[in-house]
Ligand binder design. Sequence first.
Ligand code: NDP
Ligand code: 8X3
Length: 256
Amino acid sequence: MKKNEPQNRARVMLITGATSGFGESTAYHAAQAGFQLILTGRRQDRLNALKVAVGPAVLMILVFDVRDREATAHALASIPDDWVPDVLVNNAGLAVGKEPLDEGLYEDWNRMIDTNVKGLLHVSRELAPRMRFGSQIINMGSIAGRQAYGGGAVYNASKFAVVGLTQAMRIDLLPRGIQVSEVAPGAAKTEFSNVRFKADAQMAEDVYQGFEPLSSQDVAEAVMFIADRPQHVCIQEILIAPAAQASVNHLRRIQL
Ligand code: NDP
Ligand code: 8X3
């Protein structure tokens, strides 16, 4: 039996950060797999366009900033009981800046910690109490939550935190039959580096020079693999990297 197949309805997946990258790709894959969707993010125009593109599988779009606890609570409270997600994908996140610690900007640090750690907590705290036995939470971690690198300190800390939160959530939610998993991707070409380098297109492009990074589809497939396991199986974590990436800083690049 698939995870918690509720009688007479398709499973519902809520994806945070569905306006681009992994979240957007997961929306298409999940719709294809028969899920109904609640898609969230800050950019309403993107969510509107995605709703049209994905079609009737989209039950709701919710526009809110995961850093804002009250706005998050208000938006998620609008989900009717019948549509409380069977699968919550805590994907919204970002890196901002790549300065060494002694040159770091407090504003960048706050954005990363407030989004990647507190945002994940805000969404989980609001939804977990309403989720049913057999539901799943899939947190988006990173290879940066396994290995630190220069200029990554606060992003690293935020993704190491996702590892700890995932493990602790799995323990806390065990009695309620809610499974908690983590997908930890390596280098993937999305809007991630444009955001990190504050719209410097060349710096963003340079990250992926000389090797084939993961695509957002590769990561969406990992999310869907977890979501599609039978009821008695929990994939606790998936670390997925490009074939050309052996560690966070060991990449086989072809010189162009
Ligand atoms: P994108 O920049 O393409 O997507 C990030 C998504 O997060 C967007 O939909 C954005 O939506 C949303 N988001 C960011 N901040 C907020 C916020 N405050 N409130 C609500 N939504 C927010 O990057 P990716 O798809 O690559 O990143 C998705 C996740 O994967 C992140 O957690 C990232 O750390 C992680 N990751 C990325 C890797 C990579 O190499 N790309 C590798 C490993 C992990 P909007 O701006 O509309 O709010
Ligand atoms: C994103 C991957 O290596 O740029 O989480 O930090 S990395």
